[in-house]
Design a protein around this ligand. Structure first.
Ligand code: C2E
Ligand code: CA
Ligand code: CA
Length: 401
């Protein structure tokens, strides 16, 4: 986590200053100053009474706007970090980012008003220049060569999110979720680079790299709990390659891991039209005794036929329905229908995206077997996952009702 000692908040709106002050106080920042006018802020800086290591500045201010403020920051030789906030939709933040770069200022990123805790955390709990890797549309921008190099350096790491038994909160396994640990940047979430990897044909190499790392991590997990099952996401572009089952098995054999410890997830959309090659791959995986789950259920053009075509073992209810089940009747109806379907097909159910106790109570009452979500645990690296298993062992289900 980034440790800031001294933060200056520049915003003509005192309410925003109060909100940010409370936020940084929560982060235990020792000295927090506010300035309702950028000229006051510049005055504080030029007096050098305090050495700020972070300035958070609004872009729209009456006396001197954020753009001009940045120019003065440069003139004053400010060397700390800078974050900008904007109340205007559009690419003003990107424009400011380009300017900051021109001025050699260390811009860590920008956020839009209204300020939300998630956005603040994303910006301030990591010290990465987010704007450098993501374009306006929030898409990842890097070159093929960058990505190839990252693969070669094995910069991708499996994270593990516990899957728990809904009845007692006890962990039964985990879903494997990849993270890119980029040395000069920090941790990058999969939604930012998987679409790129898919488009540029890197998915196979990435998948096998992560799979190998999981197999190696299992030598730490399984001695602690030999019954845990690790669910691995298979990308749509790979499940129609008939060589896939043998390639996976070969790696498992050399790592001495059996199919009882691994299961696979494929998205509902990737099997809407089951090609013969895909059917062959899935059948072979079943013959090897792997469980196969349908992921993101409810987001595709769900129809009962995709469930009838093949003996899938598990249905994962998409988090967009699960997280709104308590408040949205439509979500509840979708979940009820999915439960009915799953029962007809003899599949078990996993609710993904359980974020609070209320949702947990509802899905338990509905008879859903397993759950995954921030309420129980966020995805974590292998070492934290070891600690998680150990702590549950000690108290027999940390969240048990
Ligand atoms: P997914 O397979 O649907 O994975 C579940 C996503 O939901 C994960 O996001 C997880 O962190 C998030 N999640 C879990 N519980 C909660 C919750 O309570 N609230 C909220 N808001 N979110 C929750 P993550 O790790 O960012 O992964 C995003 C997607 O990237 C995954 O969605 C999956 O489609 C893809 N992905 C991740 N790792 C891999 C991988 O190794 N291979 C492939 N092919 N795809 C992957
Ligand atoms: Ca998944
Ligand atoms: Ca999912």
């Amino acid at each position: 986590m980034q440790n800031y000692n001294s933060v200056l908040i520049v915003d003509d709106d005192p309410v925003q200053i109060a909100v940010l002050t409370a936020y940084f106080a929560g982060l235990k920042v020792k000295s927090i100053h506010g300035a309702e006018d950028s000229t006051v802020a510049l005055d504080m800086l030029s007096k050098k009474s305090t050495d700020f290591d972070l300035i958070v500045s609004d872009i729209q201010m009456p006396n001197m706007d954020g753009i001009e403020f940045m120019r003065h920051l440069k003139e004053l030789g400010y060397s700390g970090k800078l974050a900008i906030i904007s109340g205007i939709k559009g690419n003003l933040i990107d424009h400011a980012a380009r300017l900051a770069k021109l001025h050699n200022l260390q811009l860590i990123g920008g956020i839009n008003k209204p300020l939300k805790k998630n956005a603040l955390d994303a910006l301030f709990l990591s010290n990465q220049p987010k704007t450098a890797l993501v374009n306006n549309a929030g898409e990842y921008k890097c070159t093929n060569a960058d990505f190839a190099k990252a693969l070669k350096n094995r910069e991708f790491k499996p994270y593990y999110q516990p899957k728990v038994d809904v009845q007692n909160g006890r962990i039964i396994g985990a879903e494997v979720l990849v993270r890119w640990i980029k040395p000069d940047y920090g941790t990058i979430a999969p939604n930012l680079f998987i679409p790129f990897a898919e488009k540029k044909g890197f998915m196979e190499e990435l998948t096998f790299l992560v799979f190998e790392k999981v197999l190696s991590d299992l030598s730490r997990f399984l001695p602690l709990r030999s019954d845990l099952i690790f669910a691995f996401n298979l990308p749509p572009t790979m499940i129609n390659k008939t060589a896939l089952p043998a390639q996976l098995m070969a790696r498992m054999k050399s790592a001495n891991v059996t199919s009882k410890s691994i299961s696979f997830e494929i998205t509902e959309n990737s099997i809407l039209n089951l090609e013969p090659a895909t059917l062959e791959v899935l059948s072979r995986l079943r013959i090897y005794d792997f469980d196969i789950a349908i992921d993101d259920f409810g987001t595709g053009s769900s129809n009962i036929n995709i469930l009838k075509d093949f003996p899938y073992s598990e249905l994962k209810l998409d988090k967009s329905y699960v997280s709104t089940i308590a408040t949205d009747n439509f979500s509840k109806e979708v979940v009820v229908a999915a439960i009915k379907l799953a029962r007809q097909q003899g599949m078990c159910l996993v609710a993904e995206g359980v974020e609070d106790r209320q949702t947990w109570d509802i899905i338990r009452e509905m008879g859903i077997e397993y759950a995954q979500g921030y309420y129980f645990a966020k995805p974590m690296d292998a070492s934290s996952f070891c600690e998680y298993i150990t702590s549950q062992k000690d108290d027999q289900g940390a969240n048990a009702a």
